[in-house]
Design a protein around this ligand. Structure first.
Ligand SMILES: [Zn+2]
Ligand SMILES: [Zn+2]
Length: 744
């Protein structure tokens, strides 16, 4: 069961679509247990299809813009089945008792898909308050400057500022210093869709990746300007006298294109060129392959053989390997052979985008950070015009034959790399799944349109929210706890050797909503859970230490006063004198080491006898005198102690949030720092200051606990208005003494 994209939604702020707004007695069959049926109600709103199971207290929310297909299946004795599949691999079959209801629901669902770009979800989406319609500007120039461009070999060209030369390229492009306008115009006319060779990545050793589309060479056509442009690219790199042209298509496809006046470079016309095919199949083959994967995932109780054979015959991992192999070849050519590489496929916006972005990711550690990865996507996928609208089928009018999982394959190859190098990437699996989801959801404007110019025409930056802003605001949810920025893999070029056995099937992506077959524990998630829990306990421990220090100081003062009165007596027995009160206190109460092990998160063998010899550092003395001004009452201390959960519910359980939404592998489970239970993002408040924490930081707390904390806080504030510190200190002392009495 799935709940998804429910941020800030409730039934109340969505408009119901169906007349009576619901279809009752709908049956859903559990795919992994044929005998288990759930009976519930379907609600249809302007944004979601919602299935509510009142007995199991579960809700399934499906965003309309994520629906891939809604198919009416042949009527059975039980009713009329309607199968809904989403673009993020959720599949559900509703059995609706009355055929009329099923027909109506089916027709309505098909109508709800946006008929044009202007009707897409991003223009309706009301984000939570913490998100603003602010677009952190992505400046292509900044990213090139980071790579040291322009320089003596490369210059910036604004001849595409009105998208005249190539309407799917960015307004500014980077080309060799020695090129002329004539060369660029000539080359763009000789390349499919005007996509001439331009710089996309410059390695510190001077070798570069340039990208373009296929030449319109046919069987024998040639273009002098294009040949000159390639020679200029070759000359930018003094380390090598030759360069590669990588055609990422299978040879047969490239040859077939010649008949249509397209094709590939003739080595006889381009001197010092090494031409090579790195065969990756086309969008149609990839679409078919993914469908076979999904069919395998949807099989009902398959045998081991059936399941593995079905996955194998999809050839999906073979295609993933082909993309990765091409990227590794390019990275090796750049880093080891120090040669320039020009990459193209047919139009240079699918396989070329995959290979250029993945080879850059292997070559440059910066792209393995969250910020750098964003830059990589902005540059290779958004600026250079991957057709997100067509490939993801954003609108009702999209051509089915144009849809293809090209971006998904890129995301999956990145995931495969994170499995090979778990410490090299700053982001986690959840980030990759989220990225894929939102390339389809149209919740944010980033992945709408087919190129930069489309997004400009659609006014996405003025009228929609940015996905990157959402990531930035929730960045802790997307961090890989295993990331070690200084480790070798995180700071150097990655050149893995990929064997067939290296690649894994991505269960958390394709079986993500099949909670019952996924592993019960996920190591990175469990680690994040432990890190958070340790942080909460450390913070709480620091407060407890502070309270103990205060208590000790009070007791010292009490002792001091006692000593005063006793030393004033003429016949006092013993050696105590006025000059040694602190030593006396130390004998009674050993001082705690302030630079505690709690801060480092390491449990050392605590040995009280060792610690007694350690004097508090000077700054501590200062701190103590500051802290002592703020002594709380015993009630307040009890309140502090109760505001922190010492035990947290373990990460793997439960499968549902208390609000009835199911958890899936892409969703972060949050532990409430006060009660320790698991909650989904909509049940958690992030902005609560817990009295049991030493630091003033904001903690995640469930809504019930947040209410309770807030009302208790206001009660404390009202009951102790402007008490002097002396008063507070006296109260604490008296409270303590009362406590002692109680103990006795
Ligand atoms: Zn709670
Ligand atoms: Zn919840």
């Amino acid at each position: 069961m799935v709940a998804y994209f429910w941020f800030n939604f409730s039934y109340n702020n969505e408009i119901r679509i169906l007349d009576d707004a619901k279809v009752q007695n709908v049956r859903v069959v559990d795919r992994f247990n044929n005998r288990q049926h759930i009976i519930g109600t379907i609600y249809l709103t302007d944004k979601h299809l919602i299935f509510v199971d009142p007995e199991g207290k579960r809700e399934t929310w499906i965003l309309h813009s994520l629906i891939l297909s809604a198919d009416k299946l042949p009527t059975t004795q039980q009713g009329c089945p309607l199968r809904v599949r989403t673009k993020h691999f959720f599949s559900i079959e509703f059995i609706i008792p009355k055929e009329r209801d099923c027909v109506e629901l089916h027709a309505t669902l098909n109508q709800l898909k946006a008929e044009s770009h202007e009707k897409l979800y991003c223009y309706l989406y009301q984000a939570p308050n913490y998100l603003e319609k602010i677009w952190d500007p992505f400046l292509l120039a900044t990213e090139y400057m980071r790579m040291g461009v322009p320089n003596r070999d490369w210059k910036v060209e604004d001849s595409n500022s009105n998208f005249d030369m190539c309407d799917t390229y960015p307004p500014i492009i980077y080309v060799p210093m020695s090129t002329t306008k004539q060369m660029l115009i000539g080359s763009s006319k000789f390349r499919s869709r005007g996509r001439l060779p331009v710089l996309t990545y410059l390695h510190p050793n001077g070798a570069s990746i340039t990208r373009c589309s296929q030449p319109l060479s046919g069987f024998s056509a040639r273009c002098l300007e294009d040949e000159q442009l390639l020679q200029s690219i070759l000359k930018t790199n003094s380390h090598s006298s030759t360069m590669y042209i990588i055609d990422t298509r299978p040879r047969i496809n490239a040859v077939a294109n010649r008949a249509a006046g397209k094709g590939y470079e003739n080595e006889d016309y381009y001197s010092n060129i090494q031409f090579k095919f790195c065969p990756i199949e086309n969008i149609h083959v990839m679409r078919g392959s993914l469908q076979k994967v999904l069919d395998a995932c949807e099989m009902k109780n398959p045998s081991m053989n059936q399941y593995l054979n079905a996955l194998d015959s999809s050839s999906w991992l073979q295609h993933i390997k082909a993309v990765l192999d091409a990227a590794i070849f390019i990275a090796r050519a750049i880093d080891i052979e120090k040669k320039n590489v020009l990459v193209h496929c047919s139009d240079g916006w699918d396989r070329t985008a995959q290979c250029c972005s993945l080879s850059s990711l292997l070559l440059c550690p910066y792209y393995r950070s969250i910020h750098g990865f964003r830059m990589l996507i902005e540059k290779e996928w958004l600026s250079f015009g991957h057709k997100f609208s067509d490939r993801c089928g954003h609108t009702r009018t999209s051509d089915n034959k144009e849809q293809s999982p090209v971006f998904l394959q890129f995301v999956e190859v990145v995931w495969q790399l994170t499995q090979i190098y778990p410490t090299a990437f700053e982001f986690n699996e959840r980030f990759l799944i989220s990225l894929h989801d939102h390339s389809h959801s149209c919740q944010y404007g980033n992945f709408v349109g087919n190129c930069e110019k489309d997004r400009l025409d659609l006014g996405v930056k003025e009228r929609t929210y940015s996905y990157w802003n959402y990531i930035l605001q929730n960045v802790n949810d997307f961090k890989n706890p295993l990331f070690r920025p200084q480790s070798t893999y995180a700071s150097e070029v990655l050149l893995p050797t990929i064997h067939s056995q290296t690649l894994k099937f991505w269960m958390n992506m394709y079986h993500r909503f099949d909670g019952s077959i996924l592993p019960k524990e996920n190591i990175p998630n469990t680690l994040t859970h432990l890190i958070d829990h340790t942080a909460a306990l450390n913070d709480h421990a620091r407060l407890l230490e502070k309270r103990i220090r205060e208590l000790r100081t009070i007791l010292e003062n009490v002792n001091e006063q006692t000593n005063h009165s006793t030393t004033s007596l003429p016949e006092q027995d013993g050696n105590l004198s006025e000059t040694e009160p602190s030593q006396t206190a130390n004998k009674n109460l050993p001082p705690l080491s302030l630079s505690s092990d709690v801060e480092s998160g390491i449990n050392s063998d605590y040995s009280p006898s060792d610690r007694t010899s350690v004097s508090p550092p000077l700054n501590l003395q200062h701190q103590l005198s500051g802290e002592i001004n703020d002594i709380p009452t015993i009630e307040r201390i009890a309140f502090e102690l109760n505001s922190i959960a010492l035990d947290w519910r373990s990460y793997q359980a439960p499968l549902h949030c208390t609000c009835s939404l199911p958890f899936d592998s892409a969703q972060r489970k949050y532990n409430c720092w006060r009660c320790g239970e698991n909650f989904c993002i909509r049940c958690i408040e992030h902005g609560v200051r817990l009295p049991g924490l030493y630091s003033n930081s904001l903690a995640p707390v469930c809504k019930t606990c947040a209410r309770s904390i807030k009302s208790s806080l206001s009660m404390f504030e009202n009951s102790t208005p402007n008490k002097s510190n002396d008063q507070k200190q006296t109260e604490m002392k008296s409270s303590l003494s009362i406590n002692d009495e109680n103990k006795i």
